[in-house]
Design a protein. Structure first.
Length: 359
């Protein structure tokens, strides 16, 4: 069976379901009763009895699918003579027209046989064998989850599969660190098993700031903390003060692998984040200004509404407030803010490296 590769199939989809997915219900309830009486020992020795009863047929199988068909037909034929429920046709017998029905097997006889042949197996021995394989099984499940996550978002970023796997491992480590060694938010709020794989691991701002310093190319200069805070707010799409792996990778991909236009877009979107203390009309003006980057319009017909006083604390955060009326004005504010945080994108440079545009 090891050569057929059927062991993992039995372990996950057949053995751990207590036979309820393939054994008739009136027979399965007898197995469950025994399980409540003696625990996992009954399930294990009953599984060994089923494999022992089909050992010759399993040895003649050519692949794992054929082996699972043999086991399925056998379990379909397990009956309970004391049951008052109407008989249910055998599923695998219906699917295999060229093969006659499997001989009926009494569930009580099967259980008695399992005790006679494998009754000496102790529960502590089963627990030892489970513990021996537990770490390997958990690691296999984690690797499968990682591959599924990477496969889902690889087309959305500019990172390679290997880079995404390394980023996922780092992001997961940060999440687990917050769960076991504390953080600014409750660990139970960050972990929700019901969420999709992409959203199960989440980090708060303090953890993001550490990863920003480690991975992002803008993590230098006097305004790195401001950039980290603004980028975190931008990536936090649902405003829950936590970002998941997909949100994190989207920002990192634009900062590391994006061209000049994409990086300027990212900087500008970080600049026009809505301020909760600002006037209600200001988000509309910022939205109209942002539309310039996403609408295919000609410079001649582009008119951007003036954005003034967007942030009362703009000077303290290293940003300059400028009125935007034309396309040149739009570019002027971007280059002005790059100069205000110079040294972050590509290091300190002289004035000759910056464009001067007349508005």
């Amino acid at each position: 069976m090891q050569d057929l590769g059927v062991i993992s199939t039995i372990s996950l989809s057949w053995f751990l379901t207590l036979f309820l997915s393939v054994m008739p219900f009136e027979s399965a309830v007898v197995v469950v009763d025994c399980f409540f009486y003696e625990g996992i020992k009954v399930i294990f020795q009953l599984a060994l009895a089923v494999l022992d009863a089909n050992v010759e047929k399993l040895l003649n199988c050519k692949d794992d699918g054929e082996a699972m068909t043999v086991l399925g037909r056998y379990l379909d034929s397990v009956t309970n003579k004391d049951s008052t429920l109407p008989p249910i046709p055998h599923l695998h017998s219906l699917l295999s027209d060229d093969i006659g029905p499997y001989p009926e097997v009494d569930i009580f006889r099967l259980i008695r046989t399992s005790y006679e042949k494998f009754g000496t197996i102790r529960a502590d021995l089963i627990e030892q064998m489970r513990f021996k394989q537990r770490l390997k099984v958990i690691q296999t499940l984690e690797d499968t989850t990682k591959r599924n996550v990477v496969r889902t978002i690889v087309t959305e970023t500019s990172f390679t599969i290997d880079e995404l796997e390394e980023l996922y491992a780092l992001f997961k480590a940060e999440h687990l660190t917050s769960c076991y060694w504390g953080g600014t938010s409750n660990a139970t709020d960050r972990h929700d098993p019901s969420l999709p794989y992409l959203e199960q691991y989440r980090i708060d701002f303090e953890q993001f700031k550490g990863m920003f310093t480690l991975l992002f190319p803008w993590a230098c200069g006097t305004h790195s903390d401001v950039l980290a805070a603004r980028l975190f707010r931008l990536l936090d799409e649902n405003s829950d003060s936590l970002i998941n792996f997909r949100e994190f990778v989207s920002g990192l991909s634009a900062a590391c692998h994006g061209d000049l236009t994409e990086k300027l877009k990212l900087l500008y979107k970080m600049h026009v984040l809505p301020d909760p203390s600002s006037d209600p009309e200001e988000p509309d003006s910022a939205f109209e200004a942002t539309q310039y980057f996403f609408e295919d319009v000609t410079p001649e017909c582009t008119q951007v509404v003036a954005v003034e006083g967007r942030n009362k604390h703009g000077a303290e955060e290293g940003f300059v407030n400028v009125s935007l009326k034309t396309e040149k004005g739009m570019l002027f504010i971007i280059f002005t803010n790059i100069r205000a945080i110079r040294g972050i994108v590509s290091g300190p440079q002289s004035d000759k490296h910056y464009c001067v545009l007349d508005n």
